[in-house]
Design a protein around this ligand. Structure first.
Ligand SMILES: [Zn+2]
Length: 98
């Protein structure tokens, strides 16, 4: 019987320690999640609004903000684009008309 009592106490201690570890883990995950969210928000909201045009790197085609390809293809954001205008959105030409 004594062995059983000792064994149970040992398990409870283990549960308490585990509970504290889970608390720390939960706080750590919460902080990490907030950092990831903040980073993603900065990347998502700041980049497109700072630049008028998006240039697809492989083709050099210039897209404006109205285009479905703006920020969607492999390329970069810029205010002084070099290349040819997109046929779909008009690139720089469409922006000058507005
Ligand atoms: Zn375009």
């Amino acid at each position: 019987m004594d062995f059983n009592t000792i064994k149970i106490n040992g398990d409870q201690h283990g549960v308490i320690v585990q509970h504290i570890h889970f608390k720390l883990l939960a706080v750590a995950i919460l902080v990490a999640a907030l950092l990831v969210c903040a980073t993603l928000a900065v990347l998502y909201y700041w980049q497109p609004t700072h630049f008028e045009f998006y240039v697809t790197r492989s083709t050099g085609v210039i897209h404006n903000r109205t285009c479905i390809y703006y920020g969607k293809t492999r390329g970069y954001y810029t205010n002084q684009p070099q290349g040819r205008d997109c046929k779909r959105c008009g690139g720089r030409a469409a922006n000058q008309q507005q």
